[in-house]
Design a protein around this ligand. Structure first.
Ligand code: HEC
Length: 380
């Protein structure tokens, strides 16, 4: 009797599994269509007709990025993509956050739909492919460069598409979501990010040294140089504005804010190994910080790095009045610490935990350090 029950259960399971795998192509695509068009799904940005949104969100209809390699679109969906790309010959630079709403099965349906909607004719994607990719892909958000290194274009498509080099014409107007560039910036190590926030405040965050370098608002975002993706430290990006905040750097002690923004392709990026002025001090920790990567939250990068046994994150948004920036930190495990800001006539600074002294020092207790903010506002 017991044996019969077992056989019954097994044959039932077998039958059920057969049923899943025997789903027809049309059934799979139809399920994917519903999921694609659901709340919070791809449709929010790429739109129902798969055409995206002019100038800001690239199309999935006819996109060459779906071609040749299913692994590429799986990777984009699971980890996100940030940086300049061309899709069907048109330029976009924006950021797509990782799509974390969907389990492996649902994402497989969605991508199968995307691959076969709006005249696209690509593969059906299986749950197994997604499961494996989720396990094996590097954790960080992809840039076009890191993505195409893993999943290069076939020659046929690489001519039309692939990443593009921003030129002097590519300065941004008003933006509604953050724009993130991995580029060479003046006064920063070669591993710098330039980020534009909605509200048109901009900052340079240096992943080489895990720290904010400077913030500006006037004069617009960077004018990246033609060759900057492939060059060896030079030339660097330029911008017109003068930073209203600039973190102190011993290496460029005598350089004024104005000089920084007038960087004229001659100035070297500096050697990070010599900088000794990391702004966070925790007793007993002598080693340099180590950059762990970044994730996007609503398109805003959250930078993550370690300092000794502590993991620190920094998220930068506009303050609530939209007059300056708010740097939100977490430290785990929390610890008594000192933050050394650089006082400046050009901006006022305050924290939601404790008072910043005239010399720029902010001392926090262990419990305060677990989450605190620093607000920096330019003085007019
Ligand atoms: C919050 C808006 C947003 C959502 C939601 C979103 N994307 Fe994207 N997607 C973008 C942006 C912006 C880019 C371009 C990124 C860049 O410029 O580096 C992009 C790029 C892509 C690309 C590569 C370029 C292209 O057009 O083919 C693919 C493939 C893609 N998205 C698929 C998806 C899928 C599948 C989903 C849903 C599971 C999804 N996206 C959800 C904003 C979004």
């Amino acid at each position: 009797m017991y044996l019969y029950t077992k056989i019954l259960i097994f044959s039932l399971l077998f039958f059920l599994s057969l049923k899943v795998y025997s789903e027809s192509r049309d059934e799979i695509i139809e399920k994917g269509r519903k999921l694609y068009n659901g709340a919070g799904s791809c449709v929010a940005c790429h739109m129902q007709d798969g055409k995206g949104q002019k100038g800001t969100i690239p199309p999935l209809a006819g996109s060459d990025w779906l071609k040749e390699s299913s692994a590429r679109s799986i990777a984009i969906s699971l980890r996100g993509l940030a940086g300049p790309i061309k899709v069907n010959g048109k330029k976009y630079y924006s950021a797509m956050p990782p799509q974390l709403l969907f389990n492996d099965e649902k994402l497989a349906y969605i991508l199968s739909y995307v691959n076969n909607a709006w005249g696209n004719k690509e593969n059906i994607i299986t749950k197994k492919q997604i499961t494996q990719a989720r396990k094996e892909l590097p954790q960080d958000v992809f840039t076009p460069q890191t993505l195409l290194k893993h999943f290069p274009f076939d020659k046929k498509y690489s001519k039309k598409n692939g990443t593009f080099t921003p030129t002097y014409d590519d300065t941004l107007g008003d933006i509604s979501s953050p724009v993130l560039y991995r580029t060479f910036m003046p006064g920063a190590s070669p591993a710098a990010f330039a980020v534009a926030l909605p509200g048109n405040h901009y900052y340079c965050w240096d992943a080489g040294e895990s720290r904010l370098r400077y913030v500006w608002t006037k004069g617009g975002f960077i004018k990246a140089n033609q060759a900057h993706w492939s060059s060896n430290g030079k030339p660097v990006a330029e911008f017109n504005g003068t930073p209203y905040y600039r973190a102190q750097t011993t290496l460029l002690k005598n350089e004024t804010f104005e000089e920084l923004s007038k960087t004229n392709m001659q100035k070297p990026i500096y050697d990070t190994s010599q900088a000794v002025d990391f702004p966070i001090f925790i007793e007993g920790i002598k080693e340099a910080p180590s950059f762990l990567g970044y994730r996007l939250m609503d398109g805003f990068p959250i930078f993550r790095y370690s300092l000794g046994k502590h993991t620190i994150t920094e998220l930068i948004r506009m303050n609530s009045e939209k007059t300056g920036i708010k740097r939100i930190f977490t430290i785990s495990p929390p610890t008594k610490m000192t933050f050394k800001l650089t006082p400046t006539e050009k901006a006022s600074m305050h924290s939601d935990c404790g008072k910043i002294k005239p010399d720029g020092t902010l001392s926090l207790s262990s419990s305060e350090s677990s989450k605190f903010s620093i607000i920096i506002t330019p003085k007019e």
